[in-house]
Design a protein around this ligand. Structure first.
Ligand code: AOF
Ligand code: ZN
Length: 403
């Protein structure tokens, strides 16, 4: 986790030459390892979402770190392109240089050009990356680079790179959107007072932060109950309260119909009704509609269903210094009756940090904790006469991260 703790965040901008070890027993030099740590730290500055967090560092022939780049989210420059652009803007000649990246450089013309080609065009002759890109359309950059005569090595700091994006890798493998869930709540975890009033628990700064997030997701999801009671617009709005910039698809989940005059229809009618109460089924349908980053907005039944199913990859809590003592609880229950089954989460220092002060609120940023390995592996043959070889469930197995 050292790559995530923010220390050395600016290491990439340090012009001091790194220790270029005269003899390196490993396939990677000390300078390359240091560059990878800087790339991992840079990656963590980006936002989580449809794309993974990726960092890249260009290393000169003398072992100096020439430029550091990172990916700022879907639709923006990839990390390699960002690093190369910075080096080029500084007038550096990258011929013969190396680039150290936390993910295999992409090979596709997605929202931006292929990084493999940008590396070749810059004259970079060495590529070191941590882990392969599992995403079919983008994968294959290493082959392209090798075919062009670039020396390519991988698996440097692979564990740290996998851990950095572990829920993104899970989502890609499961062919489902990456799921961000946010809760705007009081200190005592209420999202509405007992008379139903809920505007505005959060500070204007928290609302602005949430609208910025709305502007970079593919879809926002609520339950039919929320549509019927709160009648939300679910648009990404600017400080003047006007719909502004890219707007997410608005999805409603549940069996009840959406009234024709519901505000959610908006001017563009970009609304999808998912006739299901099953989070997994909802994600399948959204994925089929091209959604790669979903924000789950509420209400408490939907929030709870996604959490109980272990389908939340990122949790953002806007915590207002307010007490209600009664009213609607953020969560309705997760089917947990004993502490050993509690869901375990960890503070996520990526994407702006684990804790931010937003006006009078705190913004808490978390991700599912890594499922712990049971201390003593269970040998089914020794403990059971049945043919069921399913590992015993532990509290860690039932945590959100275990799905
Ligand atoms: C890289 N460098 O910094 C990132 C990569 O829609 P696009 O064009 O942004 O492509 C997204 C895919 O590209 C993403 O799913 C992943 O496979 C890869 N991300 N690749 O070379 C980067 N963010
Ligand atoms: Zn790329």
């Amino acid at each position: 986790m050292s790559a995530l703790n923010g220390s050395g965040l600016n290491a990439g901008f340090n012009p001091a030459p790194l220790d270029a070890a005269p003899f390196s027993p490993a396939p990677f030099s000390a300078a390359e390892s240091a560059a990878m740590q800087a790339a991992l730290a840079a990656a963590a500055q980006g936002p989580r979402g449809a794309n993974p967090l990726v960092g890249a560092v260009v290393v000169g022939t003398d072992g100096r770190l020439l430029a550091t780049g990172y990916h700022r989210g879907a639709g923006t420059a990839h990390a390699e392109a960002d690093a190369i652009a910075q080096a080029t803007a500084a007038g550096l000649d990258l011929r013969g240089a190396a680039i150290v990246v936390t993910l295999e450089p992409c090979n596709h013309c997605g929202r931006t050009g292929p990084c493999a080609q940008a590396i070749i065009d810059a004259g970079i002759t060495d590529v070191i990356y941590a882990v392969d890109d599992p995403h079919d359309p983008a994968a294959g950059g290493a082959l392209t680079l090798r075919a062009a005569g670039v020396r390519v090595r991988s698996e440097l700091a692979a564990d740290a790179a996998l851990d950095l994006n572990r829920r993104w890798f899970d989502a890609v493998a499961a062919k489902r959107p990456f799921v961000t869930l946010h809760i705007a709540q009081t200190l005592d975890s209420r999202i509405a007072a007992s008379d139903g009033t809920s505007q505005w628990i959060s500070s204007p700064e928290s609302l602005a932060d949430n609208h910025a997030l709305r502007g970079r997701i593919d879809a926002i999801l609520v339950g039919t109950q929320t549509v019927l009671i709160d009648n939300p617009r679910l648009t990404a709005r600017n400080a003047d309260g006007e719909a502004d910039g890219k707007q997410p698809l608005r999805a409603v989940m549940g069996y009840r119909g959406i009234p024709d005059d519901a505000a959610i229809h908006g001017a563009d009618g970009n609304v999808l009704h998912l006739a299901t109460r099953d989070p997994s089924e909802a994600l399948d349908q959204l994925f089929a509609h091209g959604v790669r980053h979903l924000m789950v907005e509420g209400g408490s039944r939907i929030l709870s269903a996604f959490l109980a199913a272990g389908l939340v990859d990122e949790l953002i809590i806007y915590l207002a210094p307010t007490l209600l003592g009664s009213g609607t609880a953020a969560l309705e229950g997760l089917g947990i009756t004993t502490l050993a089954d509690a869901q375990q989460w960890e503070w996520d220092p990526a994407s702006g940090g684990a804790v931010q002060v937003l006006g009078r609120d705190l913004r808490l940023h978390l991700r599912p904790a890594t499922p712990a390995t049971p201390a003593t592996p269970v040998d089914p043959a020794a403990t059971s006469t049945s043919s069921d070889t399913t590992p015993h469930r532990t509290g860690a197995d039932t945590a959100a991260g275990g799905n």
